[in-house]
Ligand binder design. Structure first.
Ligand code: GDP
Length: 469
């Protein structure tokens, strides 16, 4: 689970605040700072965050006149925003565009006439990073990500240093049906890179991804090679692949690559493991470079777009309804009437039990559950405690519970169970579970409904971050 330990410690620190007394607030700040430091976040950044939280609390929370509930909300929002600030570089990476093939296509020339192929204005992405960081894997993941969105993508293997690198990229590319270029004979990575990019440009590819070689450690020869390949292929975007598990070393590594390869984006890999991740977070802050994607496993689909607010929401276990809805939308469920109804309700700030039932059924289709669970408020806690298989059982159990409800109950906001608690017993009997389990479904639906309300308010207020809890 992504930075699971840090997440639960931050959550505990936040939820330990009740009356928002001076002592409680100081203890909370101390706990948050300790958790960040122990997750390898740079001490300088932690000190800055501590001072900033203190300043904002002094400015925004009026000691005497506000209710404890109000103060708690403000406090949580301050901490949420500061944590987002840690992973948000406020830089926008360049976005690839589809080529206008009708205008620029290389038409076949008449026989006897010499063919001069025009090079298209493709989006060239060069990958850099140390060996083992996950470059080759992430190249394919990114290629598949863009292919699914209708881009014509080609992969170039310019890693002539590591034996087997071309075979690895080739196998990945074949599996994912991505055109690729590489050479078993050519030993000059600059030549392979420029030949591959030239070929794909002539063939009107929208995006060309160039995988380069790494080394076990930072070496001048690697940086020289990066500079030469960069000069040869003139990348539109250079992405550094950073292993989240390397701790404090990430910052120095990112700085060194920044000086030579001047990358503009980061892909953070292996966030599925036991990575503390704080070192990588510090690297983002120090180099002021946005993380664009995160790798959450070895498979091609274990890849997520990185958004600071979503990431922190998940870390704090408050769910990320926006991502969840986007994810569900990507399933092409336009013809599913129940799904459309959920979306409409959600936009209006509502979320009935029926909507919850529909979405839970969709989750089982979406997989992997680890990713989905982290988007649902309260669900990541369950996932952390019991793992994928058990969570799948729990979700199915929740669906059985909702299947045992009447239509009127499903179409309600759940309050019907508060006024008529005997309904809970009936549903529990129908689903073959305990009343407590039914209560838990109702509680979760209430959390989703309050997130829907918060998202509606957020949109109305121009996109503020949601409150925690
Ligand atoms: P490269 O040397 O930088 O090209 O690294 P590779 O792409 O060969 O990856 C090194 C190892 O890390 C391989 O075993 C990959 O399967 C694994 N790997 C890459 N990304 C991830 C990730 O996000 N999560 C996990 N668990 N493993 C990953």
């Amino acid at each position: 689970m992504v930075l699971a330990d840090l997440g639960s410690r931050l959550r505990n620190a936040l939820s330990s605040v009740e009356s928002v007394s001076e002592t409680e607030v100081q203890a909370m700040i101390k706990d948050i700072c300790t958790a960040l430091l122990e997750s390898d976040v740079n001490v300088r950044l932690v000190a800055k965050l501590r001072d900033s939280i203190r300043n904002k609390i002094a400015q925004e929370i009026k000691k005497d006149t506000e209710s404890a509930a109000n103060k708690r909300k403000k406090l949580q929002k301050i901490v949420f925003d500061e944590l987002c600030g840690l992973v948000d570089s406020h830089e926008e990476p360049p976005k690839p565009k589809k080529l206008n093939r009708a205008k620029t296509s290389n038409k076949p020339t008449r026989p006897g006439k010499k063919s001069v192929k025009k090079a298209a204005d493709s989006h060239v992405i060069m990958f850099v990073g140390l060996q083992g960081a996950g470059k080759t894997t992430s190249c394919t993941k990114l290629a598949v990500y863009y292919k699914r969105r209708g881009f014509k993508v080609g992969l170039v293997c310019a890693d002539t240093f590591r034996a087997g690198a071309f075979d690895q990229l080739k196998q990945n590319a074949i599996k994912s049906l991505i055109p690729f270029y590489g050479s078993y004979l050519e030993t000059d990575p600059v030549k392979v890179a420029s030949d591959g990019v030239k070929k794909f440009k002539e063939e009107m590819f929208d995006i060309i991804i160039v995988d380069t070689s790494g080394r076990h450690k930072q070496e001048q020869s690697l940086f020289d090679e990066m500079i030469q390949i960069g000069e040869a292929v003139q990348p539109t975007q250079t992405i550094m692949v950073l292993d989240a598990a390397i701790g404090q070393a990430a910052e120095g590594q990112a700085k060194a690559f920044k000086e030579s390869a001047n990358f503009g984006s980061i892909i953070l890999t292996k966030l599925d493991g036991h990575a503390k991740g704080g070192g990588a977070i510090s690297a983002v802050a120090t180099t002021q470079t946005p993380i664009v994607f995160i790798g959450t496993g070895e498979h091609v689909g274990d890849f997520e777009v990185f958004k600071p607010t979503s990431f922190i929401s998940k870390l704090l276990g408050i769910g990320d309804i926006q991502s969840l809805m986007e994810h569900v939308q990507s399933l092409n469920l336009q013809d599913d009437e129940n799904h459309q109804k959920s979306i409409e309700n959600f936009k209006e700030g509502k979320f009935t039990l029926k909507n919850f039932q529909t979405q839970m059924n969709n989750f089982l289709k979406m997989g992997p559950l680890t990713n989905i669970a982290s988007m649902i408020p309260g669900m990541s806690n369950i996932m952390n405690q019991v793992g994928e298989e058990e969570t799948s059982k729990k979700i199915k159990n929740m669906i059985y519970i909702m299947d045992s409800m009447t239509n009127a109950e499903l179409e309600s906001d759940g309050r019907i169970f508060v006024t008529e608690p005997e309904r809970i017993i009936r549903v529990a009997r129908g689903a073959g579970c305990t009343a407590v389990e039914v209560e838990m479904v109702l509680q979760q639906q209430r959390m989703m409904a309050s997130m829907a309300g918060a998202a509606k308010n957020m949109n109305a207020a121009g996109g503020q971050a949601p409150g925690v809890g």
